[in-house]
Design a protein around this ligand. Sequence first.
Ligand SMILES: *Cc1c(COP(=O)(O)O)cnc(C)c1O
Length: 442
Amino acid sequence: MLYFYFIFNFKKIFNKFNIMKLINSEKLYQRSVKTLVGGVNSPVRAFKSVGGNPLFIESANGTFIKDVDGNEYVDYVLSYGPMIIGHVHPQVQEFVVKTLEKGYSFGATSENEAILAELVCSAFPTMDKIRFVNSGTEAVMSAIRLARAFSGKNKIIKFSGCYHGHTDALLVEAGSGLATLSMPGSGGVTQASVQDTLIAKYNDIASVEKLIQEHEGIGAIFLEPIAGNMGVVVPTKAFIEGLNRIRKQHNILIVADEVMTGFRSCFGGAQELLGLETDITCLGKVIGGGFPVGAYGARAEIMDRVSPLGDMYQAGTLSGNPVAMAGGIATLTVVKEENPYAFFNDYAQKLSEGMLGFAKEKGVPLQVNRFGSMMNPFFSENPIQNYEDAKKCDTQKFASFFWKMLEGGMYLPPSQFEAWFLNTQLNDATLNKTLEVFKNSI
Ligand SMILES: *Cc1c(COP(=O)(O)O)cnc(C)c1O
């Protein structure tokens, strides 16, 4: 049975590749799938929405990633964001190894924690103090508790299509239209844990105002300042201004989930570029440079509610791990020195204009959304401004496009709804190669 399954899948994959070998990946997948759920430790890695089985990675260096069959790709996944200066950067490598040699974990504060805290707080004017945790999910989960403790109100608003990690209260999708009573978006999430979560529509300030009129006790609005988990969706000016107005008028906290956007479009948060006024900020991804780090921060008045100073309890055995902090410190130091944001913008602009040009030539409907070092193409005739727009994209077309791009040496996120990420080690050669492969794939 397994044997036939193997042959079937192998043929399916082999048909997709004339030149490329994926034999070792396939073998490792067949082995892993017996003991790892779906052969992966995070569902986005499973290639489910593009068909076929995931690649297994051997190593990565600079802007390239290599699979276990020796195929090398330009990496536009970058571990879903963190590797902003490319893989195994010499400065990061040196500092991490030096730190590692002094011990792995102490259960006590070390200097690295203070250094990274200063680096991050200095880049976010809205953050006097910060608490490090181990993932973006943990940061958001803690921010919910803090927002409730500080505001004294339980209800929170989130936007459909925004992802905030897998914490119960935000694992909710809006039903059709604007459901006021939200339905859990996952097995095991109880009605009770989402009963205080209200769903609004991204880029639609009227949908937020409606919820505020209909419900008492709304303490906070959670959002991705640039949405990146329905594909990249940029907020309109009116949406940002509306949120700023609501924050003041109704005394509602704005929680910026910058786990993806933090340090991706400027040295700091997208909130500053956009003029979004915020109260609590969540971080992850880039601030660990590839190591497990998350964080939440705010002005002192809010953060002083967190234990040991305040009554909001939150803790972590490995929080602020010195080696993970070292990865973050070195990464942010390089980013600060290089100030790559003009380069990112230029690269993204050239790539997006090139792609739109080729798509037009071939008569393929395409939209490219981008902001800083995040971008992605949507197979759609219409502009993508929210989740409802994004869901109308041709995911079938994306799937075959994905495999063609892979065959040409481009490692893209295996979903129409994941952002492509840029790193500082891309150059004209990778740009031209990407466009050439795009032209053939489209
Ligand atoms: C990735 C992400 C998270 C979750 O972070 P994890 O480290 O995967 O737990 C939360 N919010 C946003 C906006 C993200 O992109």
